[in-house]
Design a protein around this ligand. Structure first.
Ligand SMILES: *Cc1c(COP(=O)(O)O)cnc(C)c1O
Length: 384
């Protein structure tokens, strides 16, 4: 029987019973660029760290096991992972993407991928008729669920069926839930991507990205691409992410418990006009989340009543940090309009529902009473 995910965050079965590395429980950081060969035509298994490094390889095995893929690739950031993945396509290929994506993904597709003559159709995949948008040159569907920042939820299994009827790859950015709460490959997705900077690393201290898949053709192409382009994660950063993953489960549970309390509390605040949290039963994605995920995560988006109040909240928070990023131990508040989604056109932002009143909370693992007390204080004194 497969072991539980908390166990898999700590133990790789294939290394059990072995005592190499002096039995060190913390996997060694192989801080080396190159490797001496035992003879001509012989290799220790490692030749040069751009191709592979033992610390990175160990991390890749852990992440593959968490996401239930046969192979994972660790890259220097989430955007490095998505950029590398899009090297799978050729000029003239058409890709259907969710319209409410992380702003950096939109920036990549609009500016870099478009320059390579890829064609894109952006849809709200939680409600759109995706199948009718498929063209003869369509190669893939790229989604996030829940989306960043509007928390729209799409049915991964249903979209996978559509993709496979037409021979397309379904790519899911699983950053918001992490494999602890959602494993898209088990639901039919072909490729999972991650910003490992977020929940996997979990401590707001390292950038990383992952691609995970069981598709042999994709694996072979990615091995070649990583060797050729060189965005593999460094040994030290690989070690930091390995260490972060050890506590993935306890962090995700605590952050989710905090977020659930906070989302309900926010709903009762006069200054808050709308709360987007898929763990609230009235959220349109609630039932799909219950079916396809093991939790709702700890990201909350909410609208303040006015733009002025939204900006004042950002000015007045102290313990909660006004910062980009998410998924770490500390609670962060983000202003998508000028931060994560600044390079997305105003027209697209508004169409997706990101207004100047929209704020995004990444709920951390502090005591929830202290988070509420800080926000209560900020809200009560908002007009001072
Ligand atoms: C942050 C983020 C990314 C980009 O990852 P980086 O590690 O910052 O490069 C991609 N997708 C989502 C959903 C993100 O939140």
């Amino acid at each position: 029987m497969d072991r539980g995910i908390n166990t898999r965050c700590l133990h790789l079965e294939e290394t059990e019973g072995r005592t190499e590395n002096y039995g060190a429980l913390s996997f060694p950081i192989y801080q080396t660029a190159t490797y001496a060969h035992p003879g001509v035509g012989k290799s220790t298994g490692y030749d040069y760290s751009r191709l592979q490094n033992p610390t990175r390889e160990h991390l890749e095995k852990v992440v593959a096991s968490l996401e239930k893929g046969t192979e994972a690739f660790a890259l220097s950031s989430g955007m490095a992972a998505i950029t590398l993945l899009f090297e799978l396509f050729r000029p003239g290929d058409h890709i259907i993407t969710e319209s409410d994506l992380y702003g950096g993904s939109i920036r990549l597709f609009d500016n870099v991928s478009a320059k390579n003559s890829y064609e894109f159709t952006n849809l709200n995949c939680s409600v759109a008729d995706i199948e009718s948008e498929i063209r003869p040159n369509t190669k893939a569907i790229f989604i996030e669920t829940p989306t960043n920042p509007m928390m729209n939820v799409s049915d991964i299994g249903k979209i996978a069926d559509i993709a496979h009827r037409h021979g397309l790859l379904l790519i899911v950015d699983n950053t918001f839930l992490s494999p602890y709460f959602q494993t898209p490959l088990e639901l039919g997705a072909d490729v999972v991507v991650h910003s490992g900077t977020k929940f996997l690393g979990g401590h707001n201290d390292t950038l990383a990205g992952f691609i995970v898949t069981s598709n042999e053709e994709v694996i072979e192409k990615l091995r070649f691409l990583i060797k050729t382009t060189g965005a593999g994660l460094s040994p030290f950063d690989s070690w930091l992410i390995l260490r972060g993953i050890k506590t993935l489960g306890v962090r995700m549970e605590k952050a989710q418990a905090n977020a659930t309390v906070l989302a309900k509390w926010l709903k009762g605040c006069n200054i808050v006009t709308k709360v987007f949290f898929p763990g609230l039963p009235e959220h349109p994605g609630y039932e799909i989340m219950k079916k396809q995920a093991r939790g709702f995560g700890s990201m909350i988006t909410f609208n303040a009543d006015t733009e002025e109040h939204a900006l004042k909240i950002l000015e007045k928070v102290k313990m909660i940090k006004f910062a980009e990023s998410l998924g770490g131990t500390e609670t962060l508040i983000t202003y998508p309009t000028t931060q994560t989604h600044a390079d997305v056109s105003e027209e697209v932002r508004l169409k997706n529902g990101i207004t100047p009143c929209t704020l995004r909370l990444s709920v951390g693992i502090e005591d929830v009473e202290d988070l509420i007390s800080e926000l209560k204080n900020v809200f009560e004194n908002i007009d001072d």
